[in-house]
Design a protein around this ligand. Structure first.
Ligand code: LLP
Length: 421
C-alpha cells in the first residue's frame, strides 16, 4: 500500500497534487510520502512485536536526512555501511546505540569514527576486518560490540547482482567456518561478541530462502552457545521484496515474515534486529518526469523524457520494471498504445521500458515512475553533466524540498583548474 493515488483524476502524494510540486520545483524530481514510510516501518515493528527487536532501516536504499529523521523519530535504528551513512544517521538525530555498521570493507577510519561517536554493533565480515577492529578499539581504549556475518550458502533466488548469501559471494564468512572464527574473535581484546548477523540478498519474493538461512542460524546459535559464547542478538538482515508491478503476485507481507522469524529463531530468546531498506522506502517514493518529445520511429514510438538512467539506473542496471503512470488519470477504457520510454543520454541502455502501454502522450505530458523510493536517488549520478535531481517530502497537505536542484554553476564550481594550466 502507498499514498500515491489519483484524486479527482490527478495524481496526489498524500493530499498534495503532484502538479503543484511540478509548478514549484520543475521536473524531474523524486517525491516521498511520510505516511508510506511510517506505515511500512510500523508493519515491521508490528510483525516483530512478540519478540524484543529493533528495525534498522538500511540507509543505502534512501539516505536523505529528512527521510531518516521521519524514521528516527519513530524509534527506528539504522543500518549504515560507510562513514557518510554514519554521519547521515547522526545528523538525523539517531543515537549511536541504534546504529549498526555493516559492509565488507570498513576502513580503520570508519571504525574509529563509529567507536568514538557511538555504535550499537559492528557486523564483522572477515577475519582481517575482525583483527583490525580489535586493534582500533584497543588503541582507543574501547571494546567494540560485534556480530559476525555468516554466509549460510542459501540461494536467495533473486537477481544475481543482489544475491549475497551463496557460497562464492564476497559477503560474510562461510557458515562451515563460523565456530573457528568465533573462537578467534573471543581471544581478541578489543571485541565483545554479542550475536550473529546474516543477510542473503535483496528483493526476495519468497520466504523459503530466508527460512532456510534462519534455521541454519538457529542451529549455529546453539552451537556457539555450547562453545561458551554469548549470543544475545540476531541480526537477520534485510531483503524482503516489494511488488514492482501492480498486476504481479505480491511478495510475502512483513506479517508473514515476522511469523516466520518467530517460528525459526523466536525460541532462542535473542533480541531480533532486521535491516530492511526497500520494503520501507521503495513504494514510499516516485520519480516524476516530463515528456520532452514524442518521436515516431520506423517500427515503434519513443517517449523521450527528461529523466534518464543517471537519475534512476535500476532499469538499465538490473532490467528492473517500474510501473509508469500519467499524472492525469486517463479516462476508464481510454485507448492505449505501446511506447519505448527513454531518456536523453547518449547510450541505448538509457531505456526505462520497451513497448509499455500508455494512453495518448503529447509533449509536456507528466508521468511518474512508481516504486522509485529505494535505490533511486541514492544511485544517481551526474553522467552527461546532468545535475542531481531534487528530492521532495510530502506530509499530509504540505511538501518541502529536502534536497534542492543544484544550479549549473554549483555543479561546475566543484571542478578546479590548476593554476599551471
Ligand atoms: N543489509 C545489508 C547488509 C545489505 O547489503 C542490504 C542491501 C540491506 C540490508 C537492505 O536490503 P533491502 O531490504 O533493501 O533489500 N541496488 C539494488 C539493491 C542492492 C541491495 C544491497 N544490499 C537494487 O536497486 O535493486
Amino acid at each position: 500500500m502507498d499514498h500515491f493515488q489519483y484524486k479527482n483524476g490527478v495524481l496526489h502524494a498524500e493530499d498534495v497534487a503532484l502538479a503543484d510540486i511540478v509548478a514549484q520545483v520543475g521536473t524531474p524530481f523524486y517525491c516521498y510520502s511520510t505516511a508510506t514510510l511510517t506505515r511500512h516501518y510500523q508493519l515491521f515493528t508490528e510483525a516483530l512485536s512478540p519478540m524484543p527487536h529493533l528495525v534498522c532501516f538500511a540507509i543505502k536504499s534512501l539516505s536523505n536526512i529528512a527521510v531518516l529523521k521521519v524514521l528516527a523519530d519513530l524509534g527506528a535504528g539504522m543500518d549504515v555501511v560507510s562513514a557518510g551513512e554514519y554521519a547521515r544517521a547522526r545528523a538525523a538525530g539517531v543515537p549511536g546505540d541504534r546504529i549498526v555498521f555493516s559492509g565488507v570493507g570498513k576502513t580503520r577510519d570508519e571504525m574509529r569514527m563509529a567507536l568514538t561517536g557511538g555504535i550499537r554493533q559492528f557486523n564483522v565480515e572477515s577475519e582481517p576486518e575482525m583483527r583490525a577492529l580489535s586493534q582500533v578499539a584497543t588503541a582507543l581504549g574501547k571494546v567494540a560490540p560485534i556480530t559476525i556475518r555468516v554466509n549460510p550458502d542459501v540461494d536467495a533466488k533473486t537477481h544475481e547482482k543482489i544475491s549475497t548469501g551463496k557460497k562464492g559471494d564476497k559477503f560474510g564468512i562461510p557458515i562451515s567456518r563460523a565456530r573457528e572464527v568465533y573462537a578467534e574473535a573471543a581471544t581478541l581484546p578489543g571485541l565483545k561478541i554479542i550475536g550473529i548477523d546474516v543477510h542473503i540478498g535483496s528483493q526476495l519474493t519468497s520466504l523459503d530462502p530466508f527460512e532456510a538461512a534462519y534455521l541454519k542460524i538457529a542451529d549455529l546459535t546453539q552451537q556457539l552457545r555450547a562453545d561458551g559464547h554469548t549470543i544475545d542478538r540476531l541480526d537477520l538482515g534485510g531483503g524482503l521484496g516489494i511488488p514492482y508491478a501492480r498486476d504481479n503476485n505480491a511478495p510475502p507481507l512483513p506479517s508473514d515474515y515476522g511469523a516466520m522469524v518467530k517460528r525459526t529463531v523466536g525460541h532462542l530468546g535473542c533480541e531480533i534486529e532486521i535491516e530492511p531498506g526497500r520494503l520501507i522506502s521503495g513504494n514510499a517514493g516516485i520519480l516524476v518526469s516530463q515528456v520532452i518529445y514524442v518521436k515516431n520511429g520506423d517500427d515503434r514510438d519513443f517517449l523521450i523524457i527528461d529523466a534518464a538512467m543517471n537519475d534512476l539506473i535500476r532499469p538499465a542496471m538490473y532490467g528492473s520494471h517500474h510501473d509508469i503512470i500519467p499524472l492525469n488519470e486517463p479516462p476508464a477504457g481510454a485507448d492505449q498504445q505501446p511506447f519505448d520510454i527513454v531518456g536523453p543520454i547518449c547510450e541505448s541502455g538509457d531505456t526505462f521500458a520497451k513497448s509499455r502501454n500508455l494512453p495518448e502522450m503529447t509533449e509536456g505530458a507528466l508521468i511518474a515512475f512508481r516504486s522509485a523510493g529505494a535505490y533511486g536517488a541514492v544511485m544517481s549520478s551526474e553522467y552527461n553533466s546532468r545535475p542531481l535531481i531534487p528530492e521532495v517530502l510530502v506530509r499530509g497537505d504540505h511538501f518541502a524540498v529536502i534536497r534542492a536542484r543544484p544550479t549549473l554553476d554549483e555543479m561546475l564550481a566543484r571542478d578546479t583548474i590548476p593554476e599551471w594550466l
